[in-house]
Design a protein around this ligand. Structure first.
Ligand code: BES
Ligand code: MN
Ligand code: MN
Length: 455
């Protein structure tokens, strides 16, 4: 049996096993789900064993465990290190889901569940591709798996694990499916990811909540002031006003920008998918550039005062916001966090005290297109999808990619199969069965072409 035949024969099993994994609510951010996160790790470990790994182990960390597995077919063959994550984002708000997030359903040829695409579905494709190759004796490369449970909370412990296990993780390339393609008609390979600086700000006015009639108009309201401060961070041209913010931003050449904008993009579809009348962003850049190669500043959440039912007349003591900045080469997360912090403090009026607490960060990454590994991925897509994949820059972040380069000296191939419309991090997240099955096939072809290219 060929591995393609094995994949076709086992389609139902492959889907049902993924559904079982999706039933485990492995939300890394919420300690309430700590045991479930571990159950998901155990699930991955036994999946690796069943698929044919020589070794599969749970590696403890200060946080959620990392699952490591490997099959060394022949030390003279190239080694592919697969990275993925089994943790998921919180499913809130639950009431916006059409079916419960951890009770996966199949509808219109798609699997609906939290993590269906990001990243359980995409990560599991690698285990199934490995199983298909291993059970049909067609493994062309050695394979190592490093599947973590803290990607959605910043991968802090994975960074330590990588630094301490360089020998164990030695490989020729890193392969990750945790990004998206343009569409099923226009497959693509991600060659750039943005970095991230994420922080929380706290604005304090009076030492206690006050009656908004007795004190209103005479004492600074921290919510009003916080809103003004936040509004001042981005000007009318969509430029971020933090001094020094753009100093290290790498500008692309005209030729590079032209190539980036040649990717198919339908402006009307984009707007109608999001139900918006118009778009908004930095002047002088296209939408593809705004998400691919330009940095941003966004409020992710803002709260304070009274938000319950009805009205309560209160002038609050405190206001809070969570702010993210997406970074591009060659911005450095820690530097941007520092620039933000001093600027934010400097724009606070005397009537308000400001505290800034950094959460997590990560560096941007660009991956080469002239490597053997990229060429192998490109060939794999050509063979499975009948089209040459387009290199794209994605707006999301996978901070570990730049760390792999720095610590292990390895380039990554970002061979994702999701769609932007898969609603990752949102209610009703889903993943197409077509993408799942086609992805498994494409991964097996990557191994084949990568082995051939290094012969
Ligand atoms: N898989 C995503 C990142 C992604 C999504 C990249 C789509 C490209 C296209 C990943 O799980 C994620 O959500 N990353 C976080 C960063 C992390 C530090 C919390 C993000 O981008 O917000
Ligand atoms: Mn992900
Ligand atoms: Mn994610």
């Amino acid at each position: 049996m060929t591995s393609k035949e094995f994949i076709d024969t086992n389609k139902d099993n492959f889907i049902n096993e993924l559904l079982d994994l999706l039933r485990i609510p492995s939300v890394s951010a919420d300690s309430k789900f700590k045991d479930d996160v571990r159950r998901a790790a155990d699930f991955i470990k036994s999946s690796l064993e069943t698929a044919g790994a020589d070794k599969a182990e749970i590696c403890e960390t200060a946080g959620h465990p990392i699952v490591y597995g490997e099959k060394i077919v022949d030390p003279s063959l190239p080694t592919v290190l697969v990275y993925g994550h089994y943790d998921v984002q919180p499913a809130d708000p639950y009431e916006l889901w059409d079916s419960p997030p951890f009770e996966p359903v199949l509808k219109d040829e798609k699997i609906y569940a939290r993590g269906a695409c990001d990243d359980k579905g995409q990560m599991y494709m690698h285990i199934k591709a490995f199983e298909a190759m291993s059970k049909t004796n067609s493994l062309a490369c050695n394979v190592k798996f490093m599947i973590e449970g803290e990607e959605e909370v910043g991968s802090d412990n994975l960074g330590i694990f990588v630094k301490e296990n360089k020998e164990k993780l030695s490989a020729d390339v890193i392969l990750i499916s945790d990004t998206s393609i343009i569409s099923n008609e226009a497959p693509s390979i991600t060659v750039g990811l943005r970095g991230l600086s994420y922080l929380q700000v706290e604005a304090t006015g009076p030492n206690r909540d006050l009656h908004s009639g007795v004190y209103g108009g005479a004492v600074a309201n921290p919510i009003n002031e916080l809103c003004k401060m936040i509004a001042s961070l981005v000007d009318d041209n969509g430029k971020i006003t933090v001094p020094g913010f753009y100093d290290k931003v790498a500008e692309l050449t005209e030729a590079e920008r032209k190539a980036l904008n040649e990717a198919p993009f339908d402006f009307e579809d984009y707007k109608s998918d999001l139900d918006i009348e118009d778009i908004k962003g930095e002047s002088g850049y296209t939408t593809l550039e705004r998400v691919g190669i330009r940095p941003t500043l966004d409020v992710n959440g803002i709260w304070g005062g009274y938000t319950g039912e009805g009205a309560k007349t209160v002038l609050p003591s405190k206001a809070y916001a969570k702010i993210s900045m997406r970074l591009v080469p060659s911005q450095v997360s820690e530097e941007i966090t520092n620039l933000f912090t001093s600027h934010f403090k400097s724009v606070a009026p005397k009537s308000i005290k400001v505290k800034v607490t950094p959460h997590h960060g990560g560096e941007p990454a660009v991956t080469p297109t002239d490597s053997k590994a990229y060429q192998a991925a490109s060939k794999a897509f050509e063979e499975a999808w009948g089209k040459t994949p387009i290199p794209t820059r994605d707006g999301g972040s996978i901070p570990i990619v730049s760390l792999f380069k720095d610590e292990l000296g390895l380039d990554t191939v970002l061979m994702g199969f999701g769609l932007d419309s898969d609603a990752i991090h949102s209610p009703n997240e889903h993943y197409g069965l077509f993408n799942y099955m086609k992805g498994i096939e494409t991964i097996t072809l990557f191994h084949k072409h990568f082995a051939e290219s290094t012969e």
